[in-house]
Structures are given as C-alpha cells and as structure tokens.
Design a protein around this ligand. Structure first.
Ligand SMILES: C[S@@+](CC[C@H](N)C(=O)[O-])C[C@H]1O[C@@H](n2cnc3c(N)ncnc32)[C@H](O)[C@@H]1O
Ligand code: SF4
Length: 377
C-alpha cells in the first residue's frame, strides 16, 4: 500500500490544469471532454439496495452491452480527440462485459489514464493480471468489511460474494507488489445510523488489507434506488450524534499516513464533498461542467450526464451511427446542453451529481469578482 506513491496529486485542484479547455469553453469553442465515462454493460451481478441506476438501466435494453469492436473503437476515438481520461463504470457491473480485458489492453496501448469502478466480485487473479497493469485506479464500491451487512446491502445472490471481494482485494494488492504496478487501490464505504460506530474498526481492517485510500460517504437514497423508499440523509439520522460522528472521523484520520488516507464525506460532516442539488436550488446556466465530460451508455448513446441515461430524447447521438467528435460538435448536443441549462430537474436526479464542484468553479471563472485580482494578499 502507498497513497504517496500511487495517488500523489489526487487531491490537487484539477480544473485549473485544463487551461486550454477553459480557454476554449470561455470563448465558446469546441474542445474534447477531459473525462469520458463508459458504461460497457447495464446488467449487474448484485442488486445493491441503494443503487441509483436501477431505474436508469431498466430504460436501456438489457443485452450484452457495447459490441466489443465499438468499445475498442470508442477508446481509440477518445485518444485521437485528446480526451484526458476514461472512467469505466456506468449502469451495471463493468467486469461482466465479455470484452473488458481486450478493452483494458487497448486502453494500455493508447496510454490513456483509466479509473475503474467495480463491485470487485469478478476481479479474480486471472482478470486482475490482465486489467491492473493498464489501470490508473481501481475503486471497490462500498466495501464494508462485515459479511452479513455487505451481503444485505449489496443484496448478493450468494454470501460468497463477500469472500470473493476480500480475496480479490488482497490479490490485487499482492499482484501490484509482485509486478511493481502503478495502480491506486481504493474503496468506498457508506455509513448510516446502524454502522457508523464501527467505522474506525472497518478503516483499520481496510488499511491492513493494503488499500491506499478509502472514501467514507453515504448512499443517496433517491427515487431511483432499488428499494422504493426514500431514506433520510445522515444529516437527519445522525443529527443528535454529530459530536460522536466527528470523534469517529478523527479516530479514522489518526490512522492516516503517507501510505494510507481516508476521506470522510457524509453530509453530516462540516467539510462534506460538494453534492449535487435538489431542484429547488437549481439555477439557470449552472450546468457548464457537462462540456468537460461525456457519458457513453451500453447501447452507444452519448449523454451529457447520468440524469439522462436511457432517455434517448436527451442523447447527443449514437456511436453506432456516428463518431464521437461529430456527435459532440452536432446540433443535438447544443440543443441538449441548452435544455439542461434552462430546465430544472424534475425530481431528485441531480442530487447525486458529481459535476457540481466543477460547475461552481466554472461559475466563478465566468463571473469574476474584484477579489480575484488580489493574488498575493
Ligand atoms: C452504479 S455503480 C456501477 C459500477 C459497479 N457496478 C459498482 O458498483 O462499482 C457506480 C457507483 O455508484 C455507486 N452508487 C450506486 N448507487 C448509489 C447511491 N444511491 N448513492 C451513492 N453511490 C451510489 C456505487 O457504489 C458505485 O461506486
Ligand atoms: S451499485 Fe454497482 S454493484 Fe451495486 S447494484 Fe448498482 S451497479 Fe450493481
């Protein structure tokens, strides 16, 4: 494990490193997205109770996902257009895609940084040997080191999923050492009122397994989740226990060192990571960040963000019919961009948005105040 070795720069401000993109954006010129998310497949081997893609992935026809040739071609197109990085994630479990190993080989050939988000069940020794040498970061999603709860929260078809993930994380750590790979190994951990007191114990265990970084957050229970109940956030459920939560977060931060870092982001924490907005907070023209990213669904549709997964009316275009550059420069992309920037979300779909921080930075750049000129005082 080594946060310092594999994740140096991870917490640096990222937006300002994109001077060319920012300049093009400010001058209304075309530029390639910094990050493209690819959803290779929309079926899953788990049914996490909180999972927000349930409704979305049901809108996309269930099939074997992107054809392998198209998947490979998308990777090549991204490189050719100077996309900065890929995020393999989407509306299902990406490692279920039959061409995933070939896709990672292509990503390696194209020398593109890639972030893989996975539940990790299928990342066995054989697959890890093919994928890890080409990956920049692997994130094991909501890995809570407690078998009974893991099995319940992920609604696993078999309790052996838990044992497989433990084995796969440990193998990934060993393989990284053996092959001297430069891949960051991380996980997320969702807390709520029923597990937060055990978090220090979990973090100790995750550190000892050899992970570099753990994000302690919370699941957003939106109207899109598997279970049809909208659960309150930690801000409400843990309100009375705020001091205790803070003490717990401090106990976790004490375990941080050059090799291992934790980030506490539940909404109850004072310095929570910026989350998306509810429709009441929405402001016109505030979704500029979507120009810096694009999301490709498992049927080849290109969407601005997760809000529209599966809703073809708001797709920029389809990669089975047209190349990515042409799609992103097309009239439909402009129309969808304008729609998003003039129409608030109908429900709570933007609550889980991760582009919010970028939107805020772009807002500051577009509307500078006099204070921006005081760089040295
Ligand atoms: C939809 S999954 C798809 C990739 C893969 N199946 C996995 O679980 O990593 C992508 C990420 O969204 C997270 N996620 C799903 N539903 C969520 C929710 N309601 N709140 C917060 N994160 C959620 C998952 O934990 C995972 O890290
Ligand atoms: S979070 Fe990932 S593993 Fe869980 S149901 Fe959703 S897509 Fe599947």
């Amino acid at each position: 494990m080594s946060y310092e070795k594999h994740m140096r720069g991870y917490k640096d401000p990222r937006t300002f490193c994109h001077i060319d993109r920012l300049y093009a954006w400010k001058n209304n010129k075309f530029f390639a997205p910094a990050t493209v998310e690819i959803s290779p497949i929309n079926i899953c081997n788990q049914k996490c109770r909180y999972c927000y893609v349930h409704t979305k992935s049901n809108l996309i026809r269930k099939n074997k996902g992107l054809e392998k040739e198209i998947f490979i071609d998308i990777i090549k197109q991204c490189k050719e257009m100077s996309v900065g990085a890929l995020h393999i994630q989407g509306t299902g479990e990406p490692l279920l895609h039959r061409g995933i190993v070939d896709a990672f080989h292509e990503i390696g050939r194209q020398n593109l940084p890639v972030y893989l988000t996975t539940n990790g069940v299928l990342l066995d020794k054989k697959m890890a040997r093919e994928i890890l040498p080409h990956a920049t970061l692997v994130r094991f999603s909501n890995f809570e080191p407690e078998k009974k709860r893991y099995t319940y929260m992920h609604d696993c078809p078999t309790p052996t999923h838990y044992d497989e993930v433990v084995e796969n994380i440990e193998n990934a750590v060993m393989l990284r050492n053996e092959l001297n790979l430069d891949v960051a190994l991380t996980s997320t951990l969702y807390i709520d009122e029923s597990n937060f007191e055990r978090v220090p114990q979990y973090i100790k265990q995750l550190k000892s397994m050899g992970l570099d970084y753990v994000i302690v957050g919370e699941a957003s229970w939106t109207s899109q989740t598997f279970i049809r109940e909208r659960r309150p956030s930690t801000e409400i459920t843990l309100k009375e226990k705020k001091i205790l939560v803070e003490e717990i977060s401090q106990a976790c931060y004490k375990m941080c060192d050059n090799n291992f870092q934790v980030n506490f982001t539940p909404r109850i924490m004072p310095k929570k990571v910026m989350k998306g907005f509810l429709s009441d907070d929405w402001k016109k023209n505030s979704c500029q960040g979507i120009k810096f990213t694009a999301s490709i669904a498992s049927d080849g549709e290109v969407y601005p963000c997760w809000r529209f997964w599966g809703n073809k009316k708001y797709s920029y275009g389809n990669l089975y019919k047209c190349d990515l550059r042409t799609i992103l420069q097309g009239q439909k992309t402009i129309d969808v961009f304008n729609y998003i920037n003039t129409t608030p979300p109908e429900f709570d779909e933007c609550e889980v948005c991760s582009i919010m921080e970028l939107n805020n930075i772009l807002g500051m750049l577009k509307n500078p105040t006099v204070w921006h000129n005081f760089l040295s005082c």
